[in-house]
Design a protein around this ligand. Sequence first.
Ligand SMILES: NC(=O)c1ccc[n+]([C@@H]2O[C@H](COP(=O)([O-])OP(=O)(O)OC[C@H]3O[C@@H](n4cnc5c(N)ncnc54)[C@H](OP(=O)(O)O)[C@@H]3O)[C@@H](O)[C@H]2O)c1
Length: 413
Amino acid sequence: MAALKYAGMDDTDSDDELPPGWEERSTRDGWVYYANHDEMKTQWEHPKTGKKKRCAGDLPYGWEQETDEKGQIVYVDHINKRTTYFDPRQAFTVEDVVVKPKRYDGNTAALEILQGRDLSDKVVLITGGNSGIGFETARSFALHGAHVILACRNLSRAIKAVNVIQQEWHKARVEAMMCDLASLRSVREFAESFKARKLPLHVLVCNAAVCTQPWSFTEDGLESTFQICHLGHFLLVQCLQDVLRCSAPARVVVVSSESHRFTDLLDSCGKVDLALLSPSKKEYWSMLAYNRAKLCNILFSNELHRRLSPHGVTSNAVHPGNMMYTSIHQSWWLMTFLFTLARPFTKSMQQGAATTVYCAMAPELEGLGGMYFNNCFRCLPSIQAQDQSSAVSLWELSERGDGRRFGTNSGIS
Ligand SMILES: NC(=O)c1ccc[n+]([C@@H]2O[C@H](COP(=O)([O-])OP(=O)(O)OC[C@H]3O[C@@H](n4cnc5c(N)ncnc54)[C@H](OP(=O)(O)O)[C@@H]3O)[C@@H](O)[C@H]2O)c1
């Protein structure tokens, strides 16, 4: 793992390049000074630009300042197991200039966005964090010190994922908890166990999904794709909303898809229709069910933001990328075939996780939500996904359950 890269130490800045014989050092409290070995002198000003600098913030996550046997300050990178006299904070020195937010795009990796960030005061919960994009998202947060909880339906797969991350960084605070989104009882039990731990919750990533799986009903009497992708997450957020509010500023990121554009949720009277969302076996087409669930994700995120942002909790929806080779295609041979053909041209998992990580952590998005992002960039979702009355109808339907036995009274008005 290139912790040096996350720390920004591979960046060079030609204006700042030192003349021969000079070396940049920093004091214990972060002031930068310049040493000239030929002339045996030190000074605070940069020998070329004349500017003074000091290190911004703390050492990158995983680094510690120590003193060697000669009394010299050294910096130990525990993740890469290396020691250097160069203060890694020098990659983040501040002068009297305004730092503009960095621009990211479809090629940006999640770890690049978190470069230099210490997230050790953050608690992050990710549904379906044991594989694919969710796993890369979890890994990226954990390698930057966040306490990450993987909420997964299969505990042994989730524990394997935890072990992989901890093998990479033994101090990673990542753990697995059981949460099957196909069971409202399991979601409630998960929320109770989570709350019993009295942890804050700064980021909730609604990532888990299934796609093109054969028709099945859940124990709650609903079509599985709809329940796993939308209703399970809806209930999870309701159950944890008090924790999110107490942890404000907190962010929810709902992982949707561009495929939301190929469908709608309205019946002939223009109302959000449960029969379309949770169809019978006769009416079911697996791809359509997925597209509808992904449209629900955006409508849910928008309405959640409208209701919770006055309490310091924002929500954004994201498209992670097209046809990335995860496990999502495995329920149908045709999808597997198409994903295999597309594989050489699609994003890496790290790139797939980037937009979620961006929405969860970008300082410039503090307090902002109700938006849809693709390639770390805000874009407009389909017309129906922007429609507030559809969002309200979906919310009420999810909460009320139209007389069926799902949902909960959210108390989010
Ligand atoms: N891959 C793409 O090209 C693509 C494109 C657009 C959007 N997306 C979105 O990206 C997100 C992540 O998908 P992915 O591609 O990374 O797929 P993935 O590797 O199949 O990950 C999906 C995750 O959801 C979990 N999950 C499934 N059913 C669950 C349930 N009942 N309860 C709890 N967790 C459950 C899976 O757990 P198991 O391991 O136990 O199955 C898995 O961890 C999804 O929201 C998907 O719609 C993906």
